[in-house]
Design a protein around this ligand. Sequence first.
Ligand SMILES: [Zn+2]
Length: 245
Amino acid sequence: MLRHIQRWCVQALRAGLRTLQSTEEHGGSLKVGYTFKNRVVVDEHCVVEDSGDVIEKLKKGFITFKQGDYNQKRELYARLAEGQRPKIMMITCADSRVCPTKLHGLEAGEAFIVRNVANMVPPCEGSGEHHGTKAAVQFAVTILEVEYIVVMGHSSCGGVMALMSQKSESIDFVGNWVRIGLPAKEKTLLVMQGKSLLDQCRYCEKEVVNVSLANLLTPQKFLASRLFPAHFAGCFFSSSMRFNP
Ligand SMILES: [Zn+2]
């Protein structure tokens, strides 16, 4: 399989960056009718054909990074090339407006970051669903040995809106995922009874952070070999730029 992928990558590179059709030669597993477009290795040396504005923006951003930040901090990046030792794990929403490194002035290598819909941490028990975030927590604690875990919520969260407005029978991916926050929804409906959906969401956005922290603090079997990190924190980013610890 690996060889097949390597061979395919070489073929793709040889083909230049022209649009690749989904054929048996290029991947094989895709159904007829799908098309690869703009398959690009983002590098200042690559030639992009018919890339469109988005890929051009990514390319220019990477060039700016290499010529600026990377050149100014070569020692840091050389050290990071050998391995990472971040002290902080952050769990934040995937929302494009909530960029933890920008918001907190974090340097490359400083924080191990997981972003998902509505910054949720699933409870430890369960059938084995939602492995992604749990795997990241396990990796951060047992391998990276982070000292702090910070959960950051934010205002106008689409995931929380989905949680607050969904019907209980909702079985789509988002609906299934945000159900992790049901304890936050239940508390919100109790405390914010009679308030508008928007007001309830504002409240629930903070309660979801509490639920994630509570789920982090429940006994985690995979952490038995190591003391759980001593420091947990929740914070909330408001689009009005207020910081609420
Ligand atoms: Zn969100």
